[in-house]
Design a protein around this ligand. Structure first.
Ligand code: RUB
Length: 314
């Protein structure tokens, strides 16, 4: 199996998950594909790269980091196959390194907002959110964590594992216990799958409940998001698609058979309105959600959209 197909399958079945990891894996897959295509015809090369782009694009619909990463890597203009290949490889390498650096930078910036003694609630598993917590802890701040299980896929276990390995005191709670524990929390820190032009956050389903409980308890709600999580297409009026996953993740097939008329809904993400967000921690700095427009237009730029619209490699 090619790296491309293997990566696409792993993103689909969530062996590779989390918006940042998905983006880096997709960039790497495009790079490997570019390296393995054997042809002297630039048209054929472009067509096969476009097919690779489409395969990866179709894996999961919500994390905007995926199309953003794909477009960044596919931003090439070449007169020959070797030139095109070289540009794609360089683009992918640059993206992967800058993505990893962004996660570290977010950790440094976000950690300044946490004080020694703080209890941080987080949801699901986000590398960027974990980076903030781990950095604060490694700077000697006495941080403890409350992590939700995150039904149905239990990504909370990944978070708990990271925190346990780092020696950070952690409590695992039921998703439904978020409001119960919020009064003990000093800040909520979560990741992002997408941020819209008006500063709304799309993240793991349940995130918006954390935001409501945080608002009620006057607890700061902090989002950790690299700039490639911001959605240029929302500037064009499009909505971010919320992935609907297999009902079997929620209810076993046996139980589904028992209640044949029962509907099971399993949206993987939800939307947190910008007014519940105190700060978005990006690699460029800590910004209010209202600055999403600036990130999209000034930092991501229209050229990301242009390359998709005009055809790749031209
Ligand atoms: C993961 C999730 C994470 C974001 C950000 O959902 O909602 O909070 O993707 O993660 P899933 P990161 O498990 O369905 O992919 O900061 O690692 O990019």
């Amino acid at each position: 199996m090619t790296v491309l197909q293997e990566t696409a399958d792993k993103i689909k079945n969530m062996e590779i998950r989390g918006a940042g990891r998905i983006a880096r894996a997709a960039a790497l897959a495009l790079k490997e594909e570019a390296k393995t295509i054997e042809t002297d015809s630039l048209d054929e090369f472009n067509a096969r790269m476009k097919a690779a782009y489409n395969t990866l694009y179709a894996t999961r619909p919500t994390a905007v980091s995926l199309p953003n990463a794909l477009r960044i890597v596919m931003r090439y203009k070449a007169a020959s196959v070797s030139e095109a290949r070289g540009q794609i490889v360089a683009n992918a390498d640059t993206f992967i390194v800058s993505s990893e650096n962004s996660v570290k930078k977010i950790g440094e910036i976000g950690a300044r907002r946490l004080r020694s003694g703080d209890t941080i609630m987080t949801h699901c598993n986000s590398s960027a959110a974990a980076s903030i917590i781990q950095t604060a802890f490694s700077h000697g701040k006495k941080i403890s964590v409350i992590a939700t299980e995150t039904r149905p896929r239990m990504q909370g276990y990944v978070t708990v594992d990271i925190m346990q390995k780092a020696g950070i005191p952690t409590t695992l709670i039921l998703d439904s216990a978020v409001r119960y524990f919020m009064k003990k929390v000093d800040a909520v820190v979560v990741g992002a799958d997408a941020i819209t032009v008006n500063g709304n956050l799309i993240n793991k389903v349940g995130t918006s409940q954390l935001s409501l409980a945080a608002q009620e308890a006057r607890v700061p709600f902090i989002v950790a998001a690299e700039t490639y999580k911001f959605s240029p297409r929302t500037l064009l009026g499009e909505m971010v698609e919320i992935e609907e996953r297999d009902p079997a993740e929620v209810l076993s097939l046996d139980m589904q058979k028992k209640w044949p008329n029962l509907k099971v809904a399993n949206p993987a993400f939800d939307i947190t309105p910008h007014r519940y967000i105190d700060m978005i921690c990006t690699e460029l700095g800590a910004i209010p959600p209202e600055m999403a427009y600036w990130i999209i237009t000034e930092k991501l730029g229209w050229e990301i959209e242009d390359s998709a619209e005009n055809g790749f490699g031209k």
